[in-house]
Design a protein around this ligand. Structure first.
Ligand code: AMP
Ligand code: MG
Length: 397
């Protein structure tokens, strides 16, 4: 049995970035950037008005109320490109360029206009309602790094700087096989002793959330030769193969044997981890293979810890691990003597600002219905225990 921290290092050591491709920006959402994004212009590109109002010299408004002659208009997309002098004003719109000679804006609410003059009821000050050229970003600066994920929050950055197409990491191709003679397709009514395949669709969803292209292969019973054939087929052309089931020590747990007989190099097969002790990590030719336990919660937890990391490393992501933090645990929790525990928990934001982690009342690692509520894993080092009310490390799912 090896430590979780060591297993994570092995996954990192064995996983290589896949390379990049150029895609239209509109297809880049959820993809990992493979190039730095630089500003090709200052932002804003010119001194810009933040308000509808009048561009003026601030000094002219000191003795407000004052009247100034209106020389013209600066609209967004159509500026006024002469030079404003003392005693003059230019009607200006939000987003329009500030005329040369003006050093302030007074907003329309504090003015009245009639017959070519504007009366300004309150003074303004130098710089008021102006965003200066380059104030937000200087031309040439790096505005997004390679390794960041493109999202709704940041996609306007490459858009604003002309990246109609961007370099993004190639999406890892992941093959998924559920194994077990009791497992039947979702669309089937289970006969006696059978269980529907909930793992494949869950893992496909998790893979896609992490940026991979996932493909589900047919369910394989606990049969060594079928298992070998299917593993070989699924691994071909895949960057990662995930299997579930058949990795414990029972008579029909054949995944490890199948991998060995196919000549896979096995990096680890038992972890000091709960849930997920019998997790296998191997390489078959160029394909990384994760043999996850069949129990749905163990499969999900080990995916989150190991497979997700590999998928993100393959994409060169800067952030390959789950975000972590601290929360106050609501009930006593403990880890077994020889295994680190990752306990599913529900996070609750209390009105006083503390983040509480409520460990799930669940029925063990087969309880995917209980797990569905969780949004964090409390990570408890082996042999340790925390009382209710103590701070615990959490991983955000
Ligand atoms: P195993 O890891 O093969 O020992 O399976 C552990 C438990 O997980 C058993 O109760 C299986 O029936 C269940 N299980 C295995 N594979 C799946 C699957 N694809 N979907 C739902 N449950 C599964
Ligand atoms: Mg089984």
């Amino acid at each position: 049995m090896i430590e979780v921290s060591k297993a994570l290092k092995i996954v990192k050591r064995e996983t290589r970035p896949l390379g990049a491709e150029r895609v239209a920006l509109e297809h880049a959402v959820g993809r990992v950037l493979a190039e730095d994004i630089h500003a090709d212009v200052d932002m804003p590109p010119f001194d810009r008005s933040q308000m509808d109002g009048y561009a003026v010299k601030a000094a002219d408004t000191m003795a407000a109320p004052v009247t100034l002659g209106i020389l013209g208009e600066s609209a967004a997309g159509q500026g006024w490109h002469k030079v404003l002098k003392t005693g003059e004003a230019v009607r200006i719109m939000t987003g329009a360029p500030i005329p040369a000679g003006a050093d302030a804006v007074q907003k329309i609410e504090l003015t009245t206009e009639s017959n070519g003059v504007v009366s300004i009821t309150e003074p303004t000050s130098v710089g008021k309602y102006i965003v200066y050229k380059g104030q937000e970003v200087k031309k040439g600066s790096k505005v997004l790094r390679a390794g960041e994920v493109i999202s709704a929050n940041n996609i306007s950055i490459p858009a604003a700087f002309g990246y109609a197409r961007v370099m993004v990491a190639r999406r890892p191709r992941v093959a998924i096989i559920s194994t077990g003679s009791e497992i039947v397709d979702v669309g089937r009514k289970p006969k006696r002793d059978q269980i529907r395949n909930s793992n494949s669709i869950m893992l496909k969803t998790l893979c896609e959330q992490a940026g991979a292209i996932a493909r589900v292969f047919p369910i394989i019973g606990d049969d060594l030769s079928e298992l070998k054939t299917q593993i070989k087929t699924a691994a071909r052309g895949s960057d990662i193969l995930i299997t579930t089931g058949g990795v414990s020590v029972g008579k029909y747990d054949l995944t490890r044997l199948a991998l060995k007989e196919l000549g896979a190099e096995c990096f680890f097969e038992r972890l000091r981890l709960k849930p997920g002790k019998p997790t296998v990590f191997a390489r078959l030719k160029k394909t990384l293979v994760f043999g996850l336990p069949g129990n749905p919660v163990s499969a999900a937890a080990t995916f989150y810890l190991f497979v997700r990391k590999a998928i993100l490393i393959m994409q060169g992501a800067v952030q390959c691990d789950l975000n972590n933090g601290t929360a106050i645990v609501s009930k006593p929790v403990r880890a077994p003597k020889e295994r680190d525990a990752y306990l599913p928990a529900v996070l609750i934001s209390e009105s006083d600002g503390t983040l509480k982690a409520d460990p799930l009342q669940w029925h063990g690692s087969s309880d995917f219905i209980g797990f569905a509520e969780s949004d964090a894993l409390i990570s408890i080092p082996r042999g340790s225990a925390f009382d209710a009310g103590s701070p615990v490390p959490v991983l955000f799912l």
